[in-house]
Ligand binder design. Structure first.
Ligand SMILES: Nc1ncnc2c1ncn2[C@@H]1O[C@H](COP(=O)(O)OP(=O)(O)OP(=O)(O)O)[C@@H](O)[C@H]1O
Ligand SMILES: [Mg+2]
Length: 414
């Protein structure tokens, strides 16, 4: 048996789990119960130290492919579950017997190979069924479709054909009040240098079919907000996809002396959370008009920027929100110090004096399982609300105290 752990921080390999046995034959006490989406393969959850890991039974060659896909998507900075490792050659008796007549035919050997894919449980995430079953409003459902369409655009931009985009194969996590969809099942995916329009459209068609199916299922089970029609909703995913794709890849036409429009164009794409790696500019009509096309658009603009300034790695919308707060803090700090403070120094001070200080004031029981950046986002929302109420700027630390009081009173009411 071989256990490959790719994530160095994980010491799972040292545990006495019955790795060689099929997951269905493991004792129940090995597993923890967590909300989970629909799946055809056997999927189970185990807890080790503070982490939950997800184990999935697959043929080894499929598990290897899925692991490689997840790994590459993660390295490209896309929202995807973290791959941890793979267990293979689990059944040594079968391994030895099969060696004899499969030497010349590795494909037959694959049939004997049962692999186990290990990923890290995506903290703070929920499967779509749980979100919808708990009762959501129509706006939230729209946000889920938005985030799934964005995810499909993002993976297509890096040349990844998903082959099974659906609500079941994604997980949803709060991101500064909105939702971000994470890719969870990459078994069917393939990387290409660049996807053709046909490949993208086909992937989108599969997504449409899957999502209509996912939603019909739920409609029958618990109904949908506003009695929404599953097919209309699936149609709206397609329009959202085309809209986001167009926003990021459609060229603009400008006059030769309107170069400032290129800056505006780049800024618009940055605000949507994307970085432009390369621009292609063609001259038209005797050089009086220019055609500007983004060639290489990469997601994670705000995430990367925040990480560079503070070391924090958070969701894209959270990063945008936190950066806004740093930009707001910079002139305040310059005023306090009576000299200009650059953005790097402001970010370092903000991290300790504002971000960390505020979070340290919020006890675990008041966090509602939200991650740090999401709690801080809530504090910023609260700061805005009480500043409006008091018709003056309330500081972040003051707002945090008020947020704690509010949370405590809500707990008492419950
Ligand atoms: N890393 C993870 N973190 C949290 N939940 C996870 C993770 N991996 C899987 N899950 C949960 O398990 C469910 C099933 O996983 P997955 O889609 O990979 O299984 P599958 O059997 O390959 O699915 P399919 O039937 O689409 O082939 C997901 O919908 C999700 O709820
Ligand atoms: Mg799946």
């Amino acid at each position: 048996m071989k256990i490959r752990i790719y994530s160095p921080s994980s010491s799972l390999a040292n545990l006495g789990y019955p790795w060689s046995r099929h997951l269905n034959d493991w004792p129940d006490r090995c597993f923890v119960d967590v909300p989970c989406g629909i799946h055809r393969n056997v999927v189970k959850f185990i807890q080790y130290e503070d982490n939950i890991y997800v184990l999935k039974e697959l043929r080894t060659h499929v598990a290897k492919k899925e692991l490689a896909n997840l790994h590459k998507l993660e390295a490209l900075g896309l929202p995807v579950v973290n791959s941890v490792g793979l267990v293979e050659k689990r059944d040594e008796a079968v391994e030895e017997a099969s060696n004899e007549y499969t030497q010349d035919s590795p494909k037959i050997k694959d049939m004997f190979d049962r692999g186990l894919l290990i990923t890290k449980f995506l903290d703070g995430s929920l499967p779509y069924r749980v979100i919808i079953e708990r009762g959501i409003n129509y706006t939230r459902l729209e946000q889920m479709l938005d985030s799934l369409a964005q995810l499909l655009v993002r993976v297509h931009l890096v040349g990844f054909y998903w082959g099974d985009c659906s609500f079941s194969n994604a997980l949803f996590k709060r991101d500064a009040g909105l939702l971000t969809a994470f890719l969870v099942d990459a078994e069917t995916g393939e990387f290409h240098k660049k996807l053709s329009k046909g490949q993208r459209e086909y992937d989108l068609e599969l997504a449409h079919l899957n999502i209509a199916g996912d939603l019909m299922d739920l409609e029958a089970h618990c109904g949908l907000p506003n009695d929404a029609d599953p097919v209309d909703l699936a149609d709206s995913l397609v329009s959202k996809y085309h809209y986001f794709w167009g926003q990021l890849t459609d060229p603009i036409e400008i006059g030769a002396n309107e170069q400032y429009k290129i800056d505006q164009f780049i800024e618009r794409i940055n605000t949507q959370g994307y970085d432009i790696g390369e621009l292609e500019i063609d001259t038209l009509v005797r050089g009086t008009r220019l055609f500007v096309r983004p060639v290489n658009v990469e997601p994670g603009f705000n995430r990367k920027k925040l990480q560079k300034l503070t070391g924090l790695l958070v969701g894209e919308n959270q990063a945008k929100r936190l950066l806004q707060d740093i930009y707001r803090y910079q002139p305040y700090l310059s005023g306090m110090k009576k000299q200009p403070v650059n953005i790097g120094s402001a970010a370092r001070r903000w991290l300790i004096d504002i971000y960390q200080t505020s979070l340290d004031m919020i006890a675990v029981e008041l966090r509602d399982h939200l991650d740090d950046a999401e709690v801080f986002h809530e504090i910023l929302e609260h700061r805005w609300y009480i500043s409006e109420q008091q018709k003056k700027d309330v500081g972040t630390i003051e707002a945090t105290k008020s947020y704690v009081r509010l949370r405590l009173s809500l707990r008492e009411i419950k």
